[in-house]
Ligand binder design. Structure first.
Ligand code: UDP
Ligand code: MG
Length: 325
């Protein structure tokens, strides 16, 4: 079998302090893989400059001239990590058999990349890099990340636990990814929806080589909120349940207060007041929740996600030929 053309996509935002080292390590790896015939000589490393304000693009540009493996893509402005990644994937897919995405700070272990490719050769369309140990991440980052995965799973979103954006995707998987039409693409949630044969590769996460995290607390919360609201209408449904609960309580309390009025002692006017507060509150919440259900439907429709993704089409002569091989 021919060795596959692999493109490594690296989104970069203000990474001047680490980029040169990243380039040299990734190129070293690539050279080795080409020499050993693990990947094709046409394989490349595509650095996506996500509207950096420092020397990042200059470094990339210079390297594209001098280095046969390095390619660059410059975005018009800071589009955010996920969009920069998408830009890289979609640009690279035409000329690649598969694409591997990795962060610029080398926190993910590039030594497992050959294993990614081995799994791809075995027929996997998607391979996830999964962090085994995170003791080097700060306590806060670790606990907030674990909490996030748990919360997402509770809300019905299937995330690969401890997997960030270090993954391999085949050309075919990327083409299917392109059919997810929504503007707010949360890759970690979307990629598992593509399906096909997938596998994971385990590695230990390291410390950032240099520079600062580009995900300060505020961005992390926005990222988590985006993740939840892009995948789940559970928060809206909670309002409906809250309304039902309040309505139920109003019935209970109402009867108790009525009992008090006739058989105990109360202030004048208090019974009707307190009962109607609970009753109206409950009814209002139910109404808001119901409207929310409809908005949720509209929201899901507006995403225009593909309804299915075909794995093997035995109606189509092209796929038939593939199966015979
Ligand atoms: N990044 C990007 N655009 C942004 C923010 C981050 O392309 O707006 C890139 C960044 O250069 C890095 C990757 O996304 O390659 C992950 O960011 P970072 O390492 O800062 O996140 P952390 O590992 O701290 O979660
Ligand atoms: Mg990082």
């Amino acid at each position: 079998m021919n060795s596959p053309i692999v493109t490594i996509v690296v989104p970069c935002y203000n990474e001047e302090s680490v980029l040169q080292e990243t380039i040299s390590q990734l190129c070293g790896l690539m050279r080795g893989l080409v020499d050993e015939n693990v990947v094709s000589g046409q394989s490349k490393i595509l650095f996506v400059d996500d509207g950096s304000k420092d020397q990042t693009w200059k470094i990339i540009y210079k390297e594209t001239i001098n280095n046969e493996y390095v390619r660059g893509l410059k975005l018009s402005r800071n589009a955010g990590h996920q969009n920069a990644l998408l830009a890289g994937l979609f640009t690279a897919k035409e000329a690649s058999d598969c694409v591997i995405s990795i962060d610029a700070d080398l926190q993910d272990d590039i030594q497992v990349i050959p294993e990614f490719i081995r799994k791809f050769n075995e027929g996997c369309e998607i391979v996830y890099g999964v962090r085994q140990k995170r003791d080097l991440d700060s306590f806060f980052k670790r606990t907030s990340a674990t909490g996030f995965y748990k919360l997402m799973n509770k809300m019905g979103v299937n995330l690969v636990y401890n997997h960030a954006d270090f993954r391999l995707m085949s050309k075919r998987a990327i083409m299917e990814l392109e059919r997810f039409d929504e503007t707010n693409l949360f890759l970690r949630g979307i990629v598992p929806l593509i399906g096909f044969k997938t596998d994971s590769v385990y590695y230990d996460r390291k410390e950032r080589l240099a520079g600062e995290t580009k995900y300060p607390f505020k961005k992390m919360v926005a990222f988590a909120l985006d993740g939840i609201t892009s995948f789940s209408v559970t928060p809206i449904r909670l309002v409906l349940w809250l309304g039902c609960l309040s309505f139920f309580i109003s019935l209970l309390f109402g009867s108790y207060f009525l009992w008090l009025k006739f058989y105990g002692q109360t202030e004048t006017g208090w019974t009707s007041l307190i009962t109607s507060i609970w009753l109206i509150g409950g009814l209002q919440l139910i109404a808001v929740g119901l409207i929310g259900e409809y908005i949720g439907k509209i929201y899901n429709e507006s995403k225009r996600r593909p309804k299915y993704i075909v794995d093997l089409d035995l109606f189509n002569p092209l796929d038939l030929k593939k199966r015979e091989q």
